[in-house]
Design a protein around this ligand. Sequence first.
Ligand code: ATP
Ligand code: MG
Length: 269
Amino acid sequence: MDFREKLMVRPGHKVKLKDYDPDETFGFKKDNESEALTAKSTARLDELQYILYAENRRALLIMLQAMDCGGKDGTIRHVMSGANPQGCKVTSFKVPSSEEAAHDFLWRYHKAVPARGEIGIFNRSPYEQVLVVRVHKLLPKKEWSAAYEQINMMERFLAENDVTILKFFLHISKDEQKRRFQQRIDEPEKHWKLSPADFAERQYWDDYIAAYEAALSRCSTKYAPWFIIPANKKWFRNLAVSRIIAETLESMNLKFPKPAIDLPKKVPE
Ligand code: ATP
Ligand code: MG
């Protein structure tokens, strides 16, 4: 299956999330076969990251968004498990610091864009400006509604400057979120993950869904596509994300650079 083709939001398509089943696995099962495919994709991703780094001309930027418990951390851990840390940078975006808040909203994201040769992962992204900010009315509508086009423009600018962009929305159901919260309550090693805001945010589920639908509909472009990943099943989520990243790196036609010297047959004495 061509995961990119299947899971990409067509530019201009008006997304209704109820049309996307978070339990979907497209006929794949949790068996040796799908496990082997995930392992193959992550291994390929690691090989291609090595060439990306050696080539030192282009960057890959991956943005992850999800509801609480959606699995952003787990995805990063699994998918990048074999990557060379030297060429890989993960940045998590929280409530803006006073320095970040003193700048335009895109400033902190632009600063974290991966350099040539690197893979950069954004745990949360500029889309917070049209998600949490919209849902909680942290800014007047005039300001957050301008952000869709502003983000599109920034992404286009980056794409024209050798940054390949992939955006993943990890789609879980409200029931699955409840199960995962319950696990966090039941397992002492997961207590630290709970924050007071989590249960309060759950009350805003429908508003978040509407906000995600707007972002997915207005900001999936050829140069920076959104992918909706069915994420109730963690094994499928890991399979889909690792396939899409590997397929994308594959299509970049990465090349080792020419040697910087005329190669002698033997090391000179
Ligand atoms: P985990 O999933 O492990 O809980 P997290 O990404 O949720 O990690 P937290 O520290 O729990 O990390 O939450 C970060 C918070 O920052 C989120 O509630 C998010 O909505 C908020 N946030 C991110 N960007 C912005 C922004 N631009 N304005 C206001 N709040 C923001
Ligand atoms: Mg959180």
